[in-house]
Write a protein that binds this ligand. Structure first.
Ligand code: SF4
Ligand code: SF4
Length: 165
């Protein structure tokens, strides 16, 4: 099975589950609280990526075609993370938008609002060298809260997936 076929299957499962259970999920206070808290932590971490210069460094890397958001990276998105994105209002692309790139990478960056930890944590040696240790550690600190909430949000959704699929 190709990466494309695996992803198509995962997306179809996530959409089916979402259509069937979205009202129940959005009535669950724990899930709505975690979604909201994750959204805030994500926005805060994004601010730090802009303040430190990491966002512009990575955007330039992307424009030069060297981004780490490469093909097959989409397979790091598990079922719970895909459902979390649907709950957060993300409209998945119908097809890969950029050749040889991750399925979720669009011209303006990643389309996901809930992103895999591996994507959020990764700081390549070039970026680390450009930022310096102090900014790298601010970035890592800013991501801690998002990572914690990502874990609890996806764990909560997994409990529903086990019941519902
Ligand atoms: S982390 Fe490194 S490889 Fe990835 S987009 Fe940023 S600069 Fe490019
Ligand atoms: S950040 Fe988004 S676009 Fe980049 S590899 Fe991760 S999921 Fe794909």
């Amino acid at each position: 099975m190709t990466a494309e076929e695996i992803l198509a299957r995962k997306l179809s499962l996530a959409r089916r589950f979402f259509e069937k259970y979205r009202h129940n999920l959005l009535k669950e206070p724990k899930i709505t609280e975690l979604l909201c808290a994750h959204g805030k932590a994500f926005a805060k971490a994004q601010e730090v990526t802009i303040e430190t210069g990491a966002a512009s460094f990575c955007a330039r890397c992307g424009r030069e075609g060297r981004s780490c958001c490469g093909a097959d990276m989409e397979l790091h998105c598990d079922d719970a993370l895909l459902v979390a994105n649907l709950l957060a209002g993300v409209d998945f692309p119908r097809k890969r938008l950029l050749p040889k790139a991750c399925f979720f990478l669009g011209p303006a960056g990643c389309v996901l609002k809930v992103r895999p930890l591996i994507c959020r944590n990764f700081i390549c040696p070039e970026l680390a060298a450009a930022l310096g240790p102090e900014k790298v550690s601010s970035l890592q600190e800013a991501l801690e809260e998002e990572a914690r909430l990502l874990f609890w949000l996806t764990e909560e959704i997994k409990r529903w997936l086990i019941k519902g699929l």
